[in-house]
Design a protein around this ligand. Structure first.
Ligand code: SAM
Ligand code: NAG
Length: 300
């Protein structure tokens, strides 16, 4: 028993030395949105954008809409999606809205960024004919009310499309043990986020939420994002490689924000858990993937 705890302690110390957390991350307001907004996070968002494109075979949009005039991108972040969409559709006007002023100054002429909180009343005059929101888990107290506002602000026959990765590790071949730290971590994160009032995995309910808001022709697409390069399939291998990078970038930052504030953990405990989670995430013999959900619906 004693040797076991000594081994455990030694392993913990070794892991902590190998993966010391980077301090000094900056957040917009970690009590309401657990991801940072600094340069490192902006780079992660740009990498995630590439992941989304690869996952969608190069498409910025999955829904069957053909013409676009006035487009809204909710929680635009670095604005990379909004800018690429504006470049691709010169006849459309794109508005990207975010809490954080982290968008570049030099942007396509048909793309505008606004700083605003979309949980408050929407003050845009006029309707949109496409609304897009990506990677918004953990942003909203009540994602359903954002869907309702989108429904109100959309023209008839136009779409709302939302996409999010679920921070829920899945495994189809039993290589992820039920007592893994990874599963424990994911459960704790979700619990902390719920406690703080902003669920991080709303995408598992997107279909019902779209239906309840009144959308029709709803479709949900579920892709797999492997945890690292374990997959044999070429596309999944590339996605896994990128995903391992973006997961490493966010692991400590979101765990720190959620577990210290939501569950009252100390930063040392968080670092220890992250060290174990990182090891499981990077282990190519553990075949974990995270579902990447895209859901859209049309306003009748
Ligand atoms: C993970 S980023 C996603 C960025 C972008 N959609 C993408 O896919 O590249 C989520 C963004 O939502 C923003 N956000 C969070 N809560 C918000 C709110 N209530 N109103 C507007 N933006 C919000 C955050 O500031 C952050 O930039
Ligand atoms: C959204 O709209 C639907 C249909 O009008 C309504 O039943 C539901 O309560 C609304 N939800 C919120 C959060 O406003």
């Amino acid at each position: 028993m004693v040797t076991r705890s000594v081994c455990f302690l030694l392993l913990t110390v070794t892991l902590l030395m190998a993966y010391r957390t980077k301090n000094g991350r900056t957040y917009h307001d970690p009590s309401r949105y657990p991801w940072p907004n600094d340069k490192q996070e902006q780079q992660r968002q740009v990498m995630l954008h590439e992941q989304c494109l690869i996952s969608n075979d190069g498409q910025l949009v999955c829904c069957p809409q053909e013409r676009y005039q006035r487009v809204l991108d909710i929680g635009t972040g670095t604005g990379i999606w909004a800018m690429e969409f504006a470049d691709k559709h010169p006849g459309a006007t794109v508005i990207g809205v975010d809490l954080s002023p982290i968008q570049p100054q030099w942007v396509p002429l048909n793309c505008n960024f606004e700083i605003d909180n979309v949980e408050l009343e929407w003050t845009w005059s006029g309707d949109f004919d496409f609304i897009h929101g990506r990677m918004l888990g953990g942003c909203f107290e009540d994602p359903a009310s954002i869907f309702n506002k989108s429904f109100e602000k959309l023209k008839r026959g136009s779409y709302l499309e939302v996409a999010d990765v679920l921070l829920i590790p899945k495994c189809d071949d039993g290589t992820l043990r039920p007592d893994s730290q990874l599963l424990r971590w994911a459960g704790l994160l979700a619990k902390a986020a719920d406690k703080m009032g902003r669920p991080i995995n709303p995408a598992s309910r997107y279909e019902q939420m779209l239906a309840k808001a009144g959308f029709e022709d709803i479709k949900v697409i579920e892709a797999k994002w492997p945890s690292n390069r374990w997959a044999k399939d070429q596309k999944l291998r590339v996605l896994g490689y990128l995903n391992s990078k973006t997961l490493q970038e966010e692991l400590e930052a979101i765990s720190m924000a959620l577990l210290t504030r939501g569950l009252g953990w100390g930063s040392f405990e968080v670092n220890v858990l992250c060290a174990y989670v990182r090891r499981e995430l990077m282990n190519p013999n553990i075949h974990v993937y995270f579902p990447f959900i895209t859901a859209y619906g049309k306003k009748p």
